[in-house]
Design a protein around this ligand. Structure first.
Ligand SMILES: [Zn+2]
Length: 145
């Protein structure tokens, strides 16, 4: 038996039919940023489960429930273009205006992750709950570009 038919557990015939109809696979991903829920739709022009799951992993960041500086849940997901070329996606706190930037993977610029706080040795710092700390920055006009 081919691995693919194991994957789809007998429904590969149905998928083959969908494929010939030019069907797509969609996956919804919900990320919670402060009080807001953001639903992202990932769509691939194929019926390959691998493709859609891989695509959804581009949103490689966890929920952000609170501001890492003041603890407020009044957060906003935003983007801005610096010097007309550098694209930034940020989570900004509406209360203290602190923010955390998203980074992009060098190997694959479509993969976004939230920047993590590093110590002097370059190790990721962890909070009391042993989760990595996000690299929250205090608001400053200069750094916003
Ligand atoms: Zn804050």
């Amino acid at each position: 038996m081919e691995p693919e038919s194991l994957w789809f557990n007998g429904s590969s015939q149905k998928l083959e039919k969908l494929r010939t109809m030019g069907a797509v696979l969609r996956k919804s991903i919900t990320k919670t940023i402060g009080k807001e829920k953001h639903v992202f739709q990932v769509e691939v022009n194929s019926c390959d489960l691998y493709e859609v799951v891989t695509e959804s992993q581009n949103l490689s960041f966890p929920d952000v429930p609170f501001c890492g500086l003041c603890g407020s849940d009044d957060l906003r997901l935003g983007s801005h273009l610096a010097q007309n070329k550098h694209k930034y996606v940020t989570v900004t706190c509406n209360k203290c205006r602190g923010y955390v930037n998203f980074g992009k993977q060098q190997e694959n610029p479509n993969i976004y992750f939230l920047r993590l706080k590093k110590d002097d040795k370059g190790n990721t710092m962890k909070g009391p709950d042993n989760k990595p700390l996000f690299d929250w920055k205090k608001f400053s006009q200069e750094e916003k570009g």
